[in-house]
Design a protein. Structure first.
Lengths: 114, 324
């Protein structure tokens, strides 16, 4: 393993960053700004897009600094990251389109008037 | 093609002589395990997404479901789950500090940080259990119609009220326990309310209205019906009283919501629990000086990877169950 220099300072900086991102998410989740909540962009509100992007930023922060992806060889990083970023968006896209379709077909048969 | 020589096989567990990916066998396999587990969780969350899109106009609003905070009464959406997120991120930080101390062979620091990580994990699992308890117990109670729709009750301002706030407890059979009822038989807990009783109380109480599962797209809130005659048309279809949540029915709305909640947070909680057990094993080894003798603390790093992964999954569960 050899001698490593301490990364304590960087670790606390990353922790601070992740905390700030979480606090921003929670504040947005509680106040739900009208201008972001009542919009529609690619199937959902802008607020939801902000949540998803912030989540991906957090995930990247954890993988890169806490799981030490920044110390791994590039081939290794790619062999982990590429399957994830290819397969997951693929599956999610198909399933969400399918869910939306089922809703359109099924929704008209549900009675809300009594 | 050159044959692999025999002496290379002796260090195959360290990744062989060439180490094409520059990582030891154990660490590499931990990463590939994490990759497969990440795809599993992605599959679950994608299935949740499909179901949610399928029921997009009737899905429960998370802010109205998870409103508890220990020690205080009232509506505090998000705060508790935000706290849980912090606890898990913090235990991730102590884990990475333990790995960092391990690189420098500082045994005492590794012991301290591993200990804090285990405590953080236990606190998180405990919080999760508390969250489940509140979810299972429910707060307001509701009525399920014959076709499966959930009807909740509101006051004149449209704020949700509990069954206890207006309905009489008129069910003579409250609970069939081991000691009360048939000898040594334990039945399902029945509600203290009956649908007939709720209907009667509803008719006589001018303050009470109902709320449908359906979301009004203009306001992104559930549709409220305060008109008595209109509301009664719904309530006359009542089939049963629902209090709390289980896998079959829940008072918050779509039964699939509770199913996915139990399954995904349960599966995550199971991962946290196994992570705590792995951490305890590693902690014991650090105390015994196993890694000191081995000359490196790579085991701490490998289990650390798993622990960070558990945190990583929670980040996504948090977003898709509570925020989006």
């Amino acid at each position: 393993m050899g001698q490593h220099e301490s990364n304590t300072k960087l670790i606390w900086q990353v922790f601070g960053f992740l905390s700030i991102v979480t606090i921003v998410e929670v504040i947005l989740g509680i106040i739900k700004p009208h201008g972001l909540h009542f919009t529609n962009f690619l199937g959902t509100s802008l607020l939801n897009w902000i949540f998803i992007i912030l989540t991906l930023v957090k995930a990247a922060g954890i993988m890169w600094y806490f799981m030490h992806m920044n110390h791994e060889r590039k081939n290794f990083v790619n062999s982990i990251i590429l399957p994830l970023i290819i397969l997951i968006p693929y599956l999610v896209t198909l399933l969400l389109i399918e869910g939306h379709y089922i809703h359109e077909v099924m929704g008209s048969y549900i009675n809300w008037k009594y | 093609m050159k044959a692999t020589t025999a002496d290379q096989n002796t260090n195959v567990w360290e990744g062989g002589a060439t180490k094409p990916l520059g990582a030891s066998y154990g660490k590499m396999m931990m990463w590939f395990f994490i990759l497969s587990d990440a795809l599993t969780f992605a599959g679950f969350l994608a299935a949740y997404g499909l179901t949610r899109f399928k029921f997009i106009d009737v899905w429960p609003i998370a802010d109205e479901v998870f409103t508890h905070f220990p020690g205080i009464h009232g509506n505090y959406p998000m705060y508790y789950v935000a706290l849980m997120t912090f606890i898990l991120i913090f235990s991730s930080v102590t884990m990475v500090l333990a790995v960092d101390a391990g690189h420098q062979m500082k045994r005492k620091k590794v012991i301290l940080y591993m200990f804090l990580t285990i405590i953080g994990g236990l606190v998180f699992v405990g919080s999760q259990a508390w969250e489940w308890k509140n979810f299972i117990k429910g707060e307001y109670g509701a009525v399920q119609l014959k076709d499966g729709k959930i009807i909740q009750f509101v006051n004149q301002e449209g704020k949700q009220i509990a069954l206890a706030d207006f309905a009489e407890k008129n069910n003579p059979i409250s609970e069939h326990t081991r000691y009360n009822g048939l000898w040594n038989e334990k039945g399902e807990t029945t509600s203290e309310y009956t649908t007939e009783g709720i209907l009667e109380s509803f008719k006589h109480n001018p303050e009470v209205g109902i709320r449908l599962e359906k979301i009004n797209p203009e306001t992104k809130q559930k549709i409220v019906i305060l008109n008595k005659a209109e509301a009664l048309k719904y309530l006359e279809q009542s089939a049963r009283v629902v209090e709390g949540a289980n896998l079959e029915v829940n008072e918050y709305g779509s039964s699939q919501f509770a199913d996915f909640f139990f399954f995904i947070t349960g599966f995550h909680g199971f991962h946290v629990t196994s992570g705590i057990i792995l951490n305890i094993i590693i902690f014991a080894n650090v105390l015994l000086g196993t890694y000191e003798k081995r000359g490196h603390y790579e085991m701490v790093e490998k289990v650390g990877l798993y622990w960070h992964f558990v945190d990583l999954v929670w980040v996504f569960v948090f977003t898709f169950f509570y925020l989006v």
